[in-house]
Design a protein. Sequence first.
Lengths: 280, 459
Amino acid sequence: MFLSSMSPATSLSALRERIRQIERPAGHRVLPFGIKAVDQVLPGGGLALGAVHEIIGYGGDEEDGAAAAGFAAGILARIKKGEEPGQGPVLWCLKQPDLYGPGLLAHGLDPARLVLVVAQRDDELLWTIEEGLRSGPAAGLAAVVGEIGRLPMVASRRLQLAAERSGIITLLLRRWRSGAEAAAERNRPSAALTRWRVTASSSKDPGWGVGVGARKIRNIGQPRWRVELLRCRGGVPAAWIVEVADATGHVFVSAELADRPVAPAPTIREHNEPQHRRTG
Amino acid sequence: MPLADALAFLPNLATRDAEPAADIAALARLAEWCHRYSPWTAPDGGNGIKIEITGCAHLWGGEAQLSSDLAERLTRQGIGHRVAIAGTLGAAWALARFAADSHQPALPAADDERTALAPLPVEALRLDPATSAGLHRVGLRQIGDLYLMPRDALARRFGEAVAGRLDQALGVLPEPLSPLGEAPVRRVRLSFAEPISDPADFSRAIERLADDLVTRLAREGMGARRLDLAFHRLDGRVEHIRLGTAQPSRDPRHLAKLLAMRLDMVEVGGAGSSDDPGGAVEDVILTLFATDPLPPEQPGFTNDPHAAVDSLAPLLDRIAARLGPGAVVHIGTRESHIPEHASFYAAVGDRPAAAAPPVEKPPRPVRLFTPPEPIEAIWELPDEPPVHFTWRRLAHRVSHADGPERIAEEWWRDGGTLAADAIRDYYRVEDAAGRRFWLFRSGLPGDPPPRWFVHGLFA
């Protein structure tokens, strides 16, 4: 066949090029985080636009998706339309309308940009997201966000294709209502380009507070997240401790941790261990 | 006569339970079906239907043709009927019940109604039984007898009702018809000589109706906000598609697409139409109930800051058509100290008021629970955050906390109670794992003890 007619070196580099193209679908632009440590891990140097990115929570927040919403708000705040960041409407599809405008604003997302679609079932939400992606370019959508419980492989592949075609970034915040649903969905593979886990992490201790001795309660310092890139097509998993997105949507790696990826903690790692590992 | 006596005379007597509620409902459905003749129809008591056909009869080639079409269709549905057309509601009521029969509608010429009413019994004037019995006692049996009576004598003897009803029947007193439901703004219809049942035909019918409606709207500079598409089935049932739009719209393709999207939610045409020919449709009527001004477009010259949102409208309409009109909302903000009032959900069609200028406040959560969720908390000193709390059956140990931020009800607004538990002390707390919660204590320390709630979650 035609590969055999080439020299091994040529065919190898041709294959590598093809793999690179597969890994960077449709050649869409990327949205850098502006942090070297994070951007160098992501193919293309940032979060790919025109792709689906999953964001999950940890522990009790798998149900509420608070950290995921804050992380998504920071990303949406930095999406550029023309020259200005933070422009253009965002379609946000969810089941419980519990988003709070002033809180989103604190992470850089102006709630006036949001158009919320409230539906009761996952299939309705998936339909809305796909419909949003299909007519998104004509409607001038900057991004589509969906708070999804059950995400079958077929559905995520459809969304990924629709996102590639439209060039619109799609964030799927995974929210699971029960432990059983979380257990079934947590490790299910999907066609999303990346999967992130955002966990609220102890804030930087400001060193003062109320009470004395054993019952001393300190004040909350700069709040932080533990951000893990669990899965990334064409990239490697990594984790960082960052300061939560500020009013411009930017996250910062804490000064003492800058440019030093944090090794994933063993307990969390176990949590994510694929079930089919033992067959390998 | 009691039923037992009747059965004693006639043992084979067939009996049915009276179902007044079902009868009323059936009559209302029939009145709705009569929309095919006019938008102004209403059930009349328990046994009649009023139809205002002013300006409609010519569509059928005249009153006689309209009434024969109506009679033919009712016969086909197996509904016994008597039809009358007259210049007043009172006269039509009398003629339908006392002059017409099922084969012969009562259609007196306009200047002939007085004569036509004259031989009818006085009961035809919609009088209560006592009054008509009284008229009979003094020998006034026919409406014509009343024409000759002096008005004040009638009023003295029998009250205003008799003279009033007579005047209504003769058109001296006006009597407006209150229609079934809302009065439409515009109405276009498509009738089929041969009933249609193919989905492709429905789509084509919708496109033609939308085109027709839009031509009229363009002339008036209006856009559609609320629409109703009615399918009149062969068996007399009427199926509706109702929808609203996020922005006034005059785009026929957009409107047609919205309506066609919901075709599968109505029972028309349908599977096995050979078994169930009743599902075929003979009339499709598109009614417009609400409009908003929509100036003629000038493509390429829009300078409207809302233009970006406006181009979203077709997408939002499609979503609302599938998920229901309440599904698409946006977050409005207003200046309020009460957290749940500062940010609220509103329908997308209503433009948000100018956003309140952001006021420097302590941090606010990204998720807010409505209503706040009660927790069990352990705290030590009155003004301190809890040390432990249990929420959704999980225990959290508080390691860091900020607060309190006292938020009292807005007593200067209506509904202020000044109750102690309307005072909330908010704390932002972080548990040992790092999750950050927005807690509040409702009420002041003392008796009864204050209660604790989780109101929101920080990212």
